[in-house]
Ligand binder design. Structure first.
Ligand SMILES: [Zn+2]
Length: 225
């Protein structure tokens, strides 16, 4: 940000609107064919796509899937360059991503779980809490990145529960237990969403009127007829 030093202190603090204006200003200063300009345009476009994803639920991947996929997360975000790929392609592309830092772990192990955590943190209502939470580092990467994991990661109440449980115990194996418990509640939330349209977050179910629905959901996930 070469032009940042020209700004008054008050504006430097505003990281959203003014930063975008600086980017456009910087962009116009560069010649149309210059590589730096193309890279800047590409990075702005990817940020725009990510915004569409998190705020408007519109997915714009690099390549669309041909077959129909019914899972909640069809496309995963590359945490280095913000490009969106389907599961199989992310595995392949994350290894050759140009924005990948030299310090990043080799191969594409955990790339899906990392991507899911990244997106859930962005979309979550308790972003600040998650940024500094222990579950993000110690629990979120343990299980595979399916719809149950995504539901657990993006629900504020389930995350708070996981964090409290993690803080209470000192054993090394507690991370697996916390992960299992969080997934159990997430499965219940998914069942509750199917039963009642008024439930979006787990907090919506914490009402006396929802008692019967919670019993039904418990029966569903435990396989009780
Ligand atoms: Zn990438």
């Amino acid at each position: 940000m070469n032009h940042l030093h020209r700004l008054p202190k008050r504006l430097k603090k505003d990281s959203t609107g003014i930063m975008k204006r600086i980017l456009v200003y910087k962009l116009l200063k560069l010649s149309p064919e210059c590589k730096e300009r193309l890279a800047l345009v590409s990075s702005m476009r990817k940020q725009g796509y990510l915004y569409m994803r998190t705020d408007k639920n519109i997915e714009i991947p690099v390549r669309r899937l041909k077959q129909i996929d019914n899972s909640v997360t069809k496309y995963f975000v590359c945490t280095y360059c913000l490009d969106q790929y389907s599961k199989q392609f992310l595995y392949r592309y994350v290894r050759i991503c140009k924005q990948r830092p030299a310090t990043a772990e080799r191969g594409s192990r955990n790339c899906l779980a990392r991507s899911q955590t990244f997106l859930a943190t962005l979309k979550s209502k308790n972003q600040d809490f998650l940024q500094s939470s222990r579950i993000k580092e110690e629990v979120f990467g343990l299980r595979r990145a399916d719809d149950i994991s995504y539901t657990a990661k993006s629900d504020p109440l389930i995350c708070l529960y996981g964090e409290t449980l993690l803080k209470k115990h000192k054993r090394q194996q507690i991370c697996t237990t916390v992960s299992n418990k969080m997934r159990e509640i997430a499965r219940m939330l998914i069942a509750l969403r199917d039963i009642s349209s008024s439930v979006h977050m787990f907090f919506d179910a914490m009402k006396p009127g929802m008692f019967q629905d919670i019993i039904t959901a418990t029966k569903v996930i435990s396989g009780y007829d």
